[in-house]
Design a binder for this molecule. Structure first.
Ligand code: FE
Length: 253
């Protein structure tokens, strides 16, 4: 199994604090059957993780895991918070795509979707990049306006839903929106976004078990296959997306 979103690199964001945390996380992942992890440290106002640093840290962690006998391979990635100059920084070779593929993560602020998003996602695609919106199910504007997510996906963006969201660890509202996103073919990947082995662990097996029970093996196959295709820089499988019909709010007088 491949996990394409994980804060496993030691001491550079709010994920693993040190090498010992990173080893524990990799061991936990191995137990869940994960053999490949894309390390995706934050790039935002708080954490300035650029490509060079990420590549060096991935190298270091792979050496340590080999020495420790943990059978998990770490690949380079990044989780940039959306900002206007991201393409300029990409040109400067400071942005780390997912395993050096055409796929690039984009994180939105948790409470809104910036107005320039549609234009920026378009510009990225013109450059040959495929943006993947991370955990749309946790964005409060998208919960209120799911048609906006449809529009972005319809225009070529991909999305990644977090395993813990599907399992309900972020609450009922986010679980139910995750399910609506899956049902509407508005997501293409399930990933852990693991930060540690306690409060924000992998939950990949649990999520896939839930998806299997709810939607059948075909869905599990699609998500697992897409993660493999991404790692290999190949085109992923896309189903035709549909609109999420927002549940009506009942007003009582
Ligand atoms: Fe993340």
């Amino acid at each position: 199994m491949v996990d394409i979103h994980c804060h496993i690199l030691p001491g550079i964001d709010d994920g693993a604090k040190n090498m010992s945390d990173s080893i524990s996380m990799a061991s936990e992942a191995e137990k869940e059957g994960i053999r490949t992890i894309i390390a995706t440290p934050h790039l935002n106002n708080q954490y300035d993780n650029r490509k060079d640093l990420i590549v060096a840290k991935v190298d270091e962690l792979n050496h340590v895991l080999k020495a420790e006998g943990v059978n998990v391979n770490i690949l380079p990635g990044q989780e940039p918070r959306i900002y206007g100059d991201i393409l300029e920084d990409f040109e400067k070779d400071e942005i780390q795509t997912l395993n050096n593929s055409q796929y690039i993560f984009i994180e939105f602020p948790s409470n809104h979707v910036p107005r320039y998003t549609e234009k920026l996602l378009f510009d990225l695609q013109v450059k040959g990049l495929t943006p993947i919106i991370v955990h749309p199910e946790r964005n409060s504007e998208l919960i209120e306006r799911p048609e906006l997510l449809y529009k972005l996906v319809e225009k070529g963006a991909l999305t990644q839903v977090t395993a813990s969201s599907v399992c309900g660890y972020f609450g009922k509202k986010i679980k139910s929106f995750s399910m609506q996103i899956i049902e509407a073919n508005l997501t293409h990947f399930i990933a852990s976004d693991a930060h540690n082995i306690n409060s924000r662990s992998f939950k990949m097996m649990e999520a896939y078990d839930f998806i299997d029970g709810q939607y059948g093996t075909d869905y599990v196959y699609l998500f697992k296959e897409n993660a493999e295709l991404l790692v290999n820089g190949k085109n992923i499988i896309k189903e035709i997306p549909s609109q999420i019909i927002k549940r009506k709010k009942f007003i009582f007088f």
